[in-house]
Ligand binder design. Structure first.
Ligand code: GTP
Ligand code: MG
Length: 139
């Protein structure tokens, strides 16, 4: 089991002024931020990042949304990081997200759901490397 996961605070949450509140939830839940940047995805980069979803009907909407305005990307460290972070963010659909989860508090719809969390240790490494050079990650 790896102890790292990768997250993005998505354009909707940044636009709505929730960066600070979301980072506070992340820290309060015991995650350590070992890499972080404020950045913006080009349409091409968003298409590459979400390549696994390219056959899905919502792909175009997803990549247009993710490249619409700035995001925060970060690598987080904690025991059982991937699973515990998915628990902290809640279900993809905010209407189904448990009370107090980040998506319950800050997401507006299934598409614009405030945060991303890696779904496996393998993807956490792939997604982290997509955004960060090894020299940008604290050990
Ligand atoms: P991520 O942490 O962002 O990967 O979300 P997830 O793992 O909970 O969901 P999934 O990987 O299945 O989908 C990736 C993202 O695509 C979601 O977070 C949504 O932003 C978007 N998405 C998923 N399903 C739909 C949908 O039915 N409609 C739209 N518009 N977007 C969707
Ligand atoms: Mg996913």
């Amino acid at each position: 089991m790896s102890n790292r996961t990768f997250t993005m605070i998505k354009p909707d949450a940044v636009e709505n002024g929730h960066i600070g509140a979301i980072l506070k939830k992340i820290n309060s839940a015991g995650f350590r931020i070992i890499a972080m940047k404020y950045t913006k995805l080009s349409l091409e980069k968003a298409q590459k990042f979400y390549e696994i979803h390219k056959e899905k009907p919502f792909f175009d909407e997803l990549v247009r949304f993710m490249s619409r305005s700035p995001i925060v990307v970060a690598i987080l460290e904690k025991d059982n990081a991937v699973e515990d972070f998915r628990e902290l963010i809640g279900s993809t659909n905010p209407a189904e997200a448990k009370k107090g989860t980040i998506r319950n508090l800050y997401a507006t719809s299934m598409g614009e759901n405030a945060v991303h969390g890696s779904d496996s240790d393998k993807n956490a490494v792939i997604e982290g490397s997509f955004h960060f050079d090894p020299s940008e990650i604290l050990s």
